[in-house]
Ligand binder design. Structure first.
Ligand code: HPA
Ligand code: ZN
Length: 326
């Protein structure tokens, strides 16, 4: 890649990635065959042809439907390892990845088996892919807050190696306050906290997850740009925003990559990082997201350095690892 050939420091930390969003059509089909799951698609090309989304909701429907092929711990291990391998090829050296645990327990899978499949692959990532990693279990905003609390409690009771709790899925219905008990429990047990906000929802949602859920990062957060007071606060408090420009275009939050606010956000002094979100569905892993965004927004070396520095600063790693990543 041109940028690497120039010796420029690239973002090497990925902080916003859904493991289920890395299920490539080929893997969907091979897992379906292994598990005897009937797919409503003729072949991988037919599935790929459906990756034209009108909005977040239409994406979530396909993303959730394809999870049906994930049945055993081995399936989760294979999906996770395939992502780590691709991420390593993209130059990623540290990844903090989301898992929609409730989407799987809701289909009758055991939390312990799902978590074991994922965490066993993550535990091997340093040896196998020269990449460190951490797991963020997400609670789903379209489900009741009570179920989020039960999920956090189960994660804690299982003693699984989990770095933190996140929140994703549709942003337009439930209020952040419904999830305060779940995030409070996570905080009491030393889990890190982040939440999707300001992707399709208004700037107020960003303030709400900070004030009510006491999150340490915000996933997306692009609509914070609609509120200058909030921008000032995010700059002052150095709140990391894990921005996913290709995702925002593919889910029609932003018309084209050239219209994306990422460059304006950096220039405003926000702690912006760049990420891939659901790379199998949006057609771009982190290296491709960086390349396309750099070209569309004409980012300069100082922008790329800021993105790299912000991601290292925002990662939930100890000082020793942070220094290695610098
Ligand atoms: N937003 C909300 N929920 C999600 C996303 C997203 O971009 N990707 C996977 N789940
Ligand atoms: Zn996301």
């Amino acid at each position: 890649r041109a940028a690497i050939l120039d010796g420029m420091q690239m973002p090497v930390v990925e902080l916003h990635l859904h493991l289920e969003g890395t299920l490539e059509p080929e893997l969907v089909f091979s897992l379906a065959e292994r598990n005897g799951v009937d797919l409503p698609y003729a072949d991988v090309d037919d599935l790929r042809s459906r990756f034209a989304f009108a909005d977040l909701q239409s994406f979530l429907e396909l993303y959730n439907a394809n999870m049906a092929v994930l049945r055993t711990g081995a399936d989760f291990h294979e999906m996770t390892d395939a992502y780590l391998s691709r991420a390593a090829a993209a130059g990623v050296r540290h990844a903090e990845v989301f898992l929609d645990l409730q989407a799987h327990t809701g289909r009758g899978l055991r939390a312990a088996e799902v978590l074991d499949g994922v965490t066993s692959a993550l535990a091997a990532s340093r040896e196998k892919h020269d990449l460190t990693s951490g797991l963020i279990v997400t609670v789903l905003r379209h489900l009741p807050g009570r179920e989020a609390l039960e999920t956090v409690r189960e994660v804690i009771d299982l003693g699984a190696p989990v770095l933190g709790i996140g929140m994703c899925s549709t942003e337009l219905t439930a209020h952040a306050a419904d999830f305060a008990p779940a995030f409070q429990l996570a905080r009491a047990h030393g889990l890190r906290r982040t939440a999707h906000a300001g992707e399709e929802g208004p700037a107020q949602n960003v303030a709400d997850v900070l004030d009510i859920l006491r999150v340490e990062r915000v996933d997306h957060g692009v609509r914070a740009m609609e509120d200058p007071d909030l921008v000032r606060r995010l700059v002052d408090e150095r709140v990391p925003l894990t921005v996913c420009p290709v995702s925002n275009v593919r889910l029609k939050g932003v018309e084209t990559l050239a219209d994306h606010p990422l460059r304006r956000m950096l220039d405003a002094g926000l702690v912006v990082t760049i990420n891939s979100d659901d790379p199998a569905y949006f057609g771009a892993y982190l290296d491709e997201v960086v390349d396309r965004t750099t070209e569309a927004l004409d980012l300069g070396p100082h922008h790329l350095r800021a993105l790299a520095r912000n991601a290292v600063e925002s990662a939930w790693v100890d000082d020793a690892r942070r220094n290695e990543l610098r």
